[in-house]
Write a protein that binds this ligand. Structure first.
Ligand code: NIG
Ligand code: FE
Length: 404
């Protein structure tokens, strides 16, 4: 099976890097000239039109970008927490809601009460929405189990959902009846044994501490798994130097990143995963995206899709927020949503850019890339190709696709 994507006004290509990611101070080198793309046998085959292709996609008037990589979601979860959003809008703090039994504990109760089929039905519908917004690779986290049995069930459900990477967020909230020390024993046991691809921890005043991040870093090192960390979301706990010393692959959130930690992060081989959907919906502070990019950090964007802080499923929406709030170019936002996000997941050799030999994951946009942030809130995704297969065509865009 071969697909020939023809006459794109823009084809987004990243400059060759000596590293498996591209630091943001090189984003000006991203190319977006007119081009053709051929995908054959599931992989990117070249940049000339293939007259014998099985399917032709007319990308005229539009742009072709790598499939989006959403490297930070909290799928699978059960139900939603709309009433908490109304409380937050009325001025109640996230921490206050959490301490009153809402927040993560409320989603844990919902997960426990729901059957596997119900959880997978809801998560599968979200997954389909993500695909229709151009996400061809996604990560899923545990963290709503809050007991060893339910955390292991979350691992299994995340695998059933087809997540490309399953992250064990075993230290997410302190379960009722535990203190942080007591739960860390269970979390560390899970981190040592569970069948996961990465580890994560939530460091915050009402959750876990820098010392717990260090301990999980040790387990991640022993297991050879990447370490991720939720840090500096609502308060500055100076967790970034701790995460870097623990060998973290990424630090996520950073709305309250301490200015003195910015330079060390930018110079390190630890990605800054920014989550502007959570920042917007939670009326959080705004992460210093511009300063991090200028300082040459490995910048990444993701939805943080979860029922509490960010219900966002759309990477185009996240790109729109990032361009406005961080004062990024659209090229910077695209780099953060594709190649650098793939590196966070350890998938950069096969995903994240339109390079010969990589998996054939491409998104055809119905207009130029500049319209992604500008026509904010609209879904510009016309066609999605994943592994060389056409997996989504927006109904009004079917004229673009011609089987031969
Ligand atoms: O990434 N902050 C910690 N974890 C999630 C929120 C989880 C929830 O509120 O359900 C986050 O924002
Ligand atoms: Fe998160």
């Amino acid at each position: 099976m071969s697909v020939s994507v023809r006459h794109a006004d823009q084809l987004v290509r990243f400059p060759a890097a000596r590293t498996p990611y591209l630091r943001h101070d090189r984003a000006a080198e991203i190319e977006s000239g007119a081009g053709e793309l051929t995908i054959a046998d599931g992989v990117v085959a070249g940049f000339e039109a293939d007259r014998d292709a099985d399917v032709v996609i007319d990308a005229s008037g539009g742009a072709v970008v790598p499939g989006f990589v959403d490297c930070h979601t909290h799928l699978p979860f059960a139900g939603w927490r709309a009433q908490e959003y109304a409380q937050k809008v009325a001025g109640v703090a996230y921490e206050q809601i959490a301490r009153a039994g809402g927040g993560i504990a409320a989603s844990a109760a919902a997960l426990r009460a729901a059957g596997d089929e119900d959880v997978l039905r809801q998560a599968g519908a979200i997954r389909a929405e993500m695909l229709a917004h151009g996400t061809t690779t996604f990560e899923a986290k545990t963290g709503y189990g809050l007991s060893p049995e339910q955390e292991l069930r979350a691992v299994r459900l995340a695998r059933s959902l087809g997540a490309d990477v399953v992250t064990g967020l075993f230290a997410h909230a302190v379960p009722p009846g535990f203190d942080a020390d007591a739960w860390m024993e269970s979390a560390e046991q899970l981190a040592r044994d569970a069948d996961v691809d990465a580890l994560d921890v939530y460091v915050e005043s009402m959750a876990f501490r820098n010392a717990d991040l260090e301990r999980l870093g040790e387990i991640a090192r022993q297991r050879g798994l990447p370490l991720r960390a939720h840090v500096e979301q609502f308060n500055s706990n100076r967790s970034v130097p701790v995460a870097i010393a623990a060998g973290a692959r990424s630090v996520d959130h950073l709305a309250c990143l301490h200015p003195d930690d910015r330079g060390e992060l930018a110079a390190s081989e630890c990605a800054a995963v920014l989550l502007p959907g959570a920042e917007f919906l939670g009326d959080e502070r705004v992460a210093p995206g511009r300063a991090l990019a200028d300082a040459g950090a490995i910048c990444v964007l993701a939805t943080d899709c979860n029922p509490g802080t960010s219900t966002v499923v759309s990477m185009p929406l996240v790109i729109g927020l990032a361009v406005r709030r961080y004062r990024w170019t659209v090229q910077e936002a695209l780099l953060a949503s594709t190649l650098n996000a793939a590196w966070v997941l350890g998938l950069e050799r096969e995903r994240g850019s339109l390079d010969v030999g990589k998996r054939g994951d491409a998104v055809v946009l119905d207009g130029p890339i500049e319209q992604l942030p500008y026509r904010f809130g609209r879904n510009p995704v016309a066609v999605v190709i994943r592994g060389g297969e056409i997996v989504w065509v927006r109904p009004d865009q079917s004229w673009r696709v011609t089987p031969r």
